[in-house]
Every structure is written in structure tokens, then in C-alpha cells.
Design a protein around this ligand. Structure first.
Ligand code: SF4
Length: 445
């Protein structure tokens, strides 16, 4: 029996897939990447992204056609909006939320084979509480032996007006710190080099269990101690934090421990006060700049990444200028700049999407030009120096080259290096800098 799991979403969805894989393999299925040879096909999707959802519909229509010729069972999970869930129940044999994962074997057994079309929804039947998070007890089957995601928190209480996540994954729930630390310790023991602590709002960790659970800084402190005791080399990242919960003690803790990577991805979304209020971000520009100043002071080598939306409902030229000014002032190493598109289920979906596609493209181009300039300036200062990198993969674009990342998650292409180095740390001397990447050679070469 073969199973194919298709993941269409972010790192959180990838992490979900790793746990689903463990359950499915535990039932005796062998994982395959080929949909055509699978007896069981599942999709783990983000229904917040229209593109992902369009793909889910096209896939399930195709899979349902295959059912005319052979037995096939299908399921869907991930971040699913209530409106999509209703439609999925008519198309898939099984729809489940991640907190229902432990019951997946029973549900699949009851689904039978494909010809017996048996749409079910676990939550209705099992009358589970919304915030159950037993799925964290399922040990994941990691997709890599040197990089891993460790979920520490699920859901979000922030309700940014453009975002539907609080409606797909529910309210914030923190995973038990003892379980997180046990997973990190095991990964480190197995030689994993890069660990990313995951959550929709990762640095609000512990706020739902105040007094009973560690704070986010406390959790990082424990991970740092674990790193010191292990005597192993590894880097720990976290994504995504919210500026509102980015306290100085988090930055102080990162400064104290070598294993806590000096890279901060802090989404700002807009450089304009009024726009931030419109987005319901609940932090001001001055507060954001203060965090940046703390990072610069306590983590002088840290790289800074951000997320920015252009063309949000009602965004004026002046508001865009304020985003541009902030980008110039901070000088990010990387910014994921997105053109606003309304997400079904989010509050802003009811507001006018009144910035034309042309204006959105122009605004994106303007901010991208700033990013390219600031990123290149940082990168040029690295030329001639040697940095430790983690080698990730062979470079598809250049034969004989490898793709690696610095601790600050800057991409370094290593020329003329053996694929045997994938998954190892290497020292690389930077030989040239481009806008969003660097090139180097092995330091001993
Ligand atoms: S913090 Fe805002 S953008 Fe992030 S998941 Fe929560 S609602 Fe969405």
C-alpha cells in the first residue's frame, strides 16, 4: 500500500505533513512522491492562500476521476477556512484538523476503499474540543536529516485584519516546554544542524499558560543551556514573531548562547502608523524601531529580515513612502514584499481592494529596489571574509556548485565543491557579492 502526501503551504504545513507521515507509515503504508501509484492520497494545504486552494481543487477533481478506474482514498488537512471545509467535505473522503491526527488510523479504516465514497468529518463524530493538540505527541518523520522544524505553538490571537489564520488554526495554544526540549535534544543528538522553532505567533509562546509555562525568553534560555551541555554545533531559529511580543529579554537571551542563531525575522508589514492600525497590528513604528535598536546593540552581527505588504486596502502614496523610509532606515538583509490580495475569511476581505494591480506592481518594485540596495551593501562588506555556512543542496543553476546559508540565513553559492558536503558546516571565504546572494570558496581550497 502506498501513500502520497502533497504539501501546499508554509513551514507549519510542512511540519504538519511530517507528523501525518508518521501516522500513515505506522499503518503500514509506504510513502511515494508519485500520485499515480498511491492507494491513499492526502493534501496538506493552506486555505489562506488562494493559489494553494486553486491547486487543491484541481488535484481533487483529477483524483476523483481516477476513482472510476481504481480504488483510491483521499484526505485533506492543514489550515482550512470554514467555507472551504464545507466544500472539501463533498470532494474528499476525509477532512480532518491537525488536532484530530491521533484518530486518523480509525477514521481511514472506516473510510474503506475509494469506490465506497464515504465523506466523513472527524470533528463532528468525535466531538473533540477545538483546542486539543494531541498531534504534538505524534513523532514526526523528518524530511531532512540535518534540518528540522519543531512546532512550539499553534494558532493566533492577534487577528491582523488581512489574515485568516486565527480562523483556520484557532486560538493560541502553547506546546509543553518539556516536550519541545525533549524533541530538540533528540534532534541535536541525531546530529541535526539547523532547528526552526515554529508557530504562527512564535514569541507569544507561554502567554496562554502564564505562571504555568515558560515564557518565550525562558524557552530560548533552556534551548541555549541544552546547546551548551550537548557540546554540538547547531543553529536554532524561530519564525514568525510579532513585534508586540518581542521583548528585550528575548534578544538578551539570544545574545547569551552560541546555538541561538543571530538572525531575526521580524515582520513589520507597513512603515505607516495609520496603516498599522488599519491592519490591526497593535504596535507602532517607534516600538518597532526600538526593537531594531535593541537588536543592533545586543546582536551586532545579526541579520534582519522582514515581511511587508504593499497596496493594502486604502494605502496612499504617502503611506507607501513611509514604508520605503523605514526600509531605508533599517536596511534589511531580506524582505518578503507581497502585493496585497484579499484573503477569504479575513476582515479586510470585506473592504475595497482599491489599489490597482499596476499601482501594486509599481509599489512592489519601489520597495524591492531599496531592498536590493541595502542587501547588496551588507553583502559587499562580507567579501574577503570567512563565514561558517551550512551546506543545503546542489545548485540546480550551476553545475559543480553547492547552495549554503550563513548563520544569518544569507545564501552563499560555493563553487567547485563536492555534494558529499551537503548537511555539513563549512568555512567559506566570500569572493563576490550580489543583491540577494553571495559567492564563495571553501576556506581551505
Ligand atoms: S500575527 Fe497576524 S499575520 Fe501572523 S498569524 Fe496572527 S493574525 Fe496572521
Amino acid at each position: 500500500m502506498k501513500c502520497c502526501i502533497v504539501t501546499l503551504g508554509c513551514q507549519m504545513n510542512q511540519s504538519d505533513s511530517e507528523r501525518i507521515r508518521s501516522v500513515i507509515e505506522g499503518m503500514g503504508y509506504v510513502l511515494t512522491a508519485v500520485e499515480e501509484e498511491a492507494d491513499l492520497i492526502g493534501v496538506v494545504a493552506c486555505s489562506v492562500r488562494q493559489k494553494a486552494i486553486d491547486k487543491v481543487y484541481s488535484k481533487i477533481r483529477k483524483w476523483n476521476r481516477w476513482k472510476n478506474d481504481r480504488p483510491l482514498v483521499t484526505f485533506v488537512s492543514g489550515c482550512i477556512l470554514p467555507a472551504d471545509e464545507e466544500k472539501f467535505l463533498k470532494l474528499f473522503d476525509l477532512v480532518f484538523r491537525m488536532n484530530e491526527l491521533p484518530e486518523l488510523p480509525t477514521a481511514l479504516q472506516q473510510c474503506g476503499v475509494a469506490t465506497e465514497f464515504s465523506t466523513r468529518h472527524l470533528l463532528d463524530e468525535l466531538e473533540r474540543e477545538d483546542e486539543r493538540t494531541d498531534f504534538w505527541q505524534v513523532e514526526p518523520t523528518y524530511g531532512s536529516d540535518f534540518e528540522a522544524f519543531v512546532p512550539i505553538q499553534n494558532g493566533c490571537d492577534k487577528f491582523c485584519s488581512y489574515c485568516a489564520v486565527p480562523y483556520t488554526r484557532g486560538r493560541e495554544v502553547s506546546r509543553a516546554s518539556a516536550d519541545i526540549l525533549a524533541e530538540v535534544e533528540k534532534l541535536v543528538g541525531n546530529g541535526v544542524k539547523s532547528i526552526t522553532l515554529l508557530g504562527q505567533n512564535v514569541n507569544s509562546y507561554g502567554l496562554d499558560k502564564k505562571g504555568e509555562e515558560l515564557s518565550f525568553a525562558g524557552l530560548l534560555n533552556q534551548v541555549g543551556e541544552l546547546g551548551n551541555k550537548s557540546g554540538k554545533d547547531f543553529w536554532v531559529y524561530f519564525t514568525s514573531p510579532h513585534p508586540r511580543d518581542m521583548t528585550r529579554d528575548v534578544i538578551e537571551t539570544i545574545a547569551q548562547y552560541g546555538c541561538l542563531a543571530k538572525q531575526i525575522h521580524l515582520p513589520v508589514q507597513s512603515g505607516d502608523e495609520e496603516m498599522l492600525r488599519h491592519m490591526n497590528r497593535n504596535h507602532g513604528i517607534d516600538a518597532y524601531k526600538k526593537i531594531i535598536a535593541d537588536i543592533r546593540e545586543l546582536l551586532p552581527t545579526a541579520t534582519l529580515f522582514t515581511d511587508i505588504i504593499v497596496g493594502f486596502s486604502g494605502e496612499t502614496d504617502e503611506q507607501l513612502e513611509n514604508s520605503a523610509r523605514l526600509m531605508e532606515e533599517v536596511g534589511f538583509n531580506m524582505a518578503y514584499i507581497a502585493k496585497y490580495s484579499p484573503r477569504p475569511g479575513a476582515r479586510s476581505a470585506e473592504w475595497p481592494d482599491d489599489i490597482t494591480p499596476q499601482q501594486k506592481s509599481e509599489r512592489l518594485a519601489k520597495l524591492s529596489a531599496i531592498l536590493k540596495r541595502t542587501s547588496r551593501a551588507h553583502n559587499e562588506r562580507m567579501v574577503g571574509k570567512t563565514y561558517r555556512v551550512l551546506v543545503e543542496r546542489a545548485d540546480k543553476r550551476m553545475e559543480g556548485a553547492l547552495v549554503s546559508r550563513t548563520e544569518g540565513r544569507l545564501l552563499v553559492r560555493i563553487l567547485q565543491a563536492s555534494e558529499g558536503l551537503i548537511g555539513t558546516f563549512q568555512d567559506v571565504r566570500i569572493t563576490s557579492a550580489a543583491e540577494l546572494s553571495l559567492t564563495g570558496e571553501l576556506a581551505g581550497a
